[in-house]
Design a protein around this ligand. Structure first.
Ligand SMILES: N[C@@H](CCC(=O)N[C@@H](CS)C(=O)NCC(=O)O)C(=O)O
Length: 217
């Protein structure tokens, strides 16, 4: 059985997948696609993923893209440490919380969007950062209110079970911290994510702990 994750230290989406593999104890190799150098546009990677994004999971020659689809796949292939509850409403809650980040917030701050703002609309790095902070702040506020209103959280976003939602929220907060977004309005979110990152297998998947990552304060 061969499992290869195509990732990069800074990728928040690859972090979600790396954390799930670690949490389930799946042995894997990580191949670096250096987004800063443009490796995502190489001919060899285009063959694997014509969307030019990471992560991509290769499992015995089967290629899976999109972090949420990869998480669902991992959870079914390796059923230990389940990342989804049984109850349909709770499953919908987990996917819904995950999607606030994966579908609606993170896509607005990825390199191709920031690069487009710079190259096509002449926005400098400060403006691009302000753009990222704006969307991350809206995401944080929405997540905070959903967590508080639904009242399903415990140690983690759904009681004391680690789910996809916790991996998604961890990626959101790590991104918000890298972009120095405002997290003061999201105390519940922060408390949950700090507990998630304290789990060794998940904490060691942190972007800033990967090869090539800078030492950020
Ligand atoms: N919705 C995708 C997002 C994939 C994505 O945009 N990944 C980023 C890194 S976190 C990427 O590869 N960006 C390359 C680029 O923007 O040029 C997922 O969750 O897997």
């Amino acid at each position: 059985m061969a499992v290869t994750l195509y990732g990069f230290w800074r990728s928040l989406a690859a972090f979600r997948v790396r954390a799930a593999l670690n949490y389930k104890g799946v042995a894997f190799e990580e191949k670096i696609i250096d987004l800063a150098k443009g490796d995502q546009f190489s001919a060899s990677y285009h063959e694997l993923n014509p969307q030019h994004v990471i992560p991509l999971l290769d499992h015995d020659g089967k290629h899976i893209t999109q972090s949420l689809a990869i998480l669902e796949y991992i959870n079914q292939i390796w059923p230990n440490n389940p990342l989804l509850p049984q109850d349909p409403y709770q499953q919908a809650y987990v996917r819904s919380i995950s999607q606030i980040t994966i579908a609606d917030t993170h896509p607005l701050v990825v390199p191709r969007v920031r690069n487009y703002l710079g190259k096509t609309f002449g926005q400098d790095e400060n403006s691009q950062t302000a753009w990222a902070q704006h969307w991350l702040n809206l995401g944080s506020q929405a997540i905070e209110e959903r967590l508080v209103n639904e009242k399903l959280f415990g140690k983690f976003s759904l009681g004391d079970q680690i789910t996809f939602a916790d991996l998604a929220l961890a990626s959101h907060v790590v991104g918000a911290r890298i972009f120095k977004a405002d997290l003061t309005q999201a105390p519940t979110l922060i408390a949950i994510v700090d507990q998630v990152l304290a789990i060794e297998s998940i904490g060691k998947a942190h972007p800033l702990k990967q090869p090539g990552a800078p030492q950020l304060s």
